[in-house]
Design a protein around this ligand. Structure first.
Ligand code: F6R
Length: 606
């Protein structure tokens, strides 16, 4: 859940590491720190808070040098503080360590080290690694780090530097992501490609149980357990640094909302033909399994889970296949009954979410095939699925997922059509097929309604509490709308299936309570209107997203019209005003939507 970066080469390491930390800050912003080697000395500078605070400190101190490591932290063991910030050193400042993950056996290791006379200055699990390397070092950093890695239990991407081998970084990976950028006479390592791309597009992705030793001139990879050298495959980053930056928007989240028309097209490209034929060759190897599947279990977390709820509805209705949708952290512990001919479908933007990854492993342990919908290419989840299809949504930096969600919905629709074709399920897909090519243009039109949505956000910005209601696919959408609002604006937002409101939550509706609702499903439109009248009668102030505004004039206090498309596709459009509403409510309340408190982009711990 942290971001790590390391550099060795002819340039000023401090500058490159700082740039890297800014790009990786979405992975955690409880503290940031840097360790740079110069003149046989290790300079460690670290600060609680955001990277900007570290940057201020660096202006006051000399951090020159050509080799170093840096870290931006999302706290697990130990509160956010200067002392708990990485890098950590041993008793003598000969070695510095950064770490993303959790060392599960750290307490036992720490007790042993303390018995041997080591003293600790932080509450972190990471500090044990620095002391262990210090104890193990006998003239070869690679040997020392390898022997330490063999004693660690848990999840980790670690990088170590030492004054004894001043242009070298040794890195190990187990469970959490680590990439090694292979520049010309310089090497850079990082948790994700955004920190590499300015310097090199060529990289290795370390796999579980692998380690690397880099110097400006060389990069070598080894299996931790055997020490065997690995002939790693070089991969290429196929996007530019500009794509990972804000392009003039105030926040990544707003930029990513704006990218959605393009993302819809990217997700469809090469997969959807105008006659409705779907091409997903990445599933060729599992096509027979999917054709015969008896049940699909969709597993994901957060926003991706909400996409999964839409997927459940689409797959059940369009492919006549039973589908269960599970939150990954529940699925992995509830002992799910899965039988012969079940298939697990995991959905993850980052491809690194620990609970979703655990669900993949559980399913595979039970012999159940796993397919994935993932955004980040070559991520851990992608690597472990039997087959994976990628969103092609581009890097999503804002912590609150927007464009990845819309892309997930598009891809789930394509999967539903693909499965229906594979399983010879006949239904009239003509409306869906005719509407799919219009989605991108309609999404652009919706973005034009921003001024109106800012007015709604103004009305909501001082509220402490609100409800989101919907039925069927609209219920799945309002679950996501409520999550967006609460995570970045900190207004408490509760999503309810509209028919369920009167079974309890209605008691909380009072004069002026905002009720955000989506009404796009023809089959229950009248029932939805009745549910809205129930809350309106109790003083609720109705903000209504609908594709038939003419039928809702008398019901809504604020009407947000969206284009009319097949009700199966409407979530792709109806979520856009809700994303904008959350964004503007957050900004009006003075929050930074890209950095919601207590949250991080990539949840690589349980
Ligand atoms: C909320 C959000 C999270 C993620 C969740 C799963 O806006 O982004 O709820 O959806 O942490 O992440 P992925 O999709 O990366 O597995």
């Amino acid at each position: 859940m942290c971001g790590i970066v390391g550099y060795t080469g002819p340039q000023q390491a401090g500058k490159i590491l700082l740039e890297g930390l800014h790009l990786l800050e979405y992975r955690g912003y409880d503290s940031a720190g840097i360790a740079v080697l110069k003149d046989d000395k290790l300079k460690v500078i670290k600060k609680e808070g955001k990277v900007a605070r570290l940057e201020e400190q660096l202006k006051k101190e000399d951090s020159l040098g050509n080799c170093g490591i840096a870290h931006t932290r999302w706290a697990t063991h130990g509160k956010p503080s200067d002392a708990n910030a990485h890098p950590h050193t041993g008793c003598d400042s000969d070695f510095a360590v950064i770490h993303n993950g959790i060392i599960e056996n750290y307490a036992e290791l720490k007790a042993r080290l303390q018995k041997n006379g080591h003293y600790f200055t932080s509450e972190t699990d990471t500090e044990v690694i620095a002391h262990m390397v210090e104890e193990a070092y006998q003239g070869d950093l690679y040997v020392a780090v390898r022997s330490v890695a063999q004693q660690l239990v848990g999840a980790y991407a670690i990088a170590v530097v030492s004054i004894h081998e001043p242009d070298k970084i040794v890195a190990v990976r187990q469970e959490t992501p680590l990439l090694i950028g292979l520049g010309n006479k310089e090497k850079i390592l990082a948790s994700d490609p955004s920190a590499l791309v300015k310097y090199t597009k060529k990289y290795w992705r370390l796999e579980n149980g692998e380690m690397a030793v880099i110097t400006p001139e060389s990069a070598e990879a080894f299996v931790i357990a055997s020490g065997e050298k690995i002939d790693k495959k070089i991969q290429e980053i196929d996007w530019d640094i500009d794509e990972a930056q804000r392009s003039g928007f105030d926040h990544y989240m707003r930029k990513e909302i704006d990218e959605q028309p393009e993302v819809i097209e990217n997700t469809l490209r090469g997969r959807f033909a105008k006659d409705g034929t779907i091409s997903l060759p990445e599933f060729d190897d599992v096509a027979e399994t999917l054709r015969q599947a008896r049940k699909i279990n969709i597993v994901a977390c957060g926003t991706s889970y909400h996409a999964g709820l839409v997927g459940k509805y689409l797959l059940e209705n369009l492919c006549s296949i039973p589908v269960e949708a599970d939150i990954a952290s529940e699925f992995r512990y509830r002992n799910p009954l899965m039988g012969d001919k079940d298939v697990v479908l995991v959905i993850s933007q980052s491809g690194e979410t620990a609970d979703t990854l655990a669900a993949v492993r559980l399913a595979k342990q039970k012999g159940v095939p796993v397919i994935g919908i993932v955004n980040v290419v070559n991520s851990s989840i992608a690597a472990e699925c039997d087959a994976v299809t990628y969103l092609h949504a581009g890097p999503e930096i804002g912590v609150a997922s927007t464009k990845a969600y819309v892309s997930q919905l598009v891809l789930l629709m394509l999967m539903a059509l693909y499965l229906a074709q594979l399983r010879n399920v006949e239904f009239d897909a003509s409306e869906i097929v005719a509407d799919i090519p219009k989605l991108s243009g309609y999404a652009s039109e919706l973005l034009q309604q921003e001024q109106k949505i800012i007015q709604v956000a103004e009305l909501m910005k001082n509220k402490g509490n609100c409800f989101f209601i919907g039925r069927l696919l609209d219920y799945a959408v309002v679950l996501e709308g409520a999550l967006k609002l609460k995570e970045i604006s900190y207004i408490h937002a509760e999503a309810k299936a509209a028919g369920e409101l009167k079974h309890g939550a209605l008691a909380l509706v009072e004069d002026g309570t905002p009720i955000v609702t989506a009404v796009t499903q023809d089959s229950i439109r009248d029932k939805m209107h009745s549910s809205i009248m129930e809350v309106k009668a109790r003083g609720g102030s109705i903000i209504l997203v609908t594709d038939k505004p003419e039928q809702a004039q008398d019901i809504a206090d604020t009407l947000i019209p969206i284009p009319k498309v097949s009700s199966y596709l409407s979530p792709i459009l109806s979520i856009i005003p809700l994303q904008l509403l959350s964004y503007h409510a957050a900004v009006l309340r003075g929050n930074n939507p890209d950095r919601p408190r207590n949250l991080a982009k990539s949840v690589t711990v349980e």
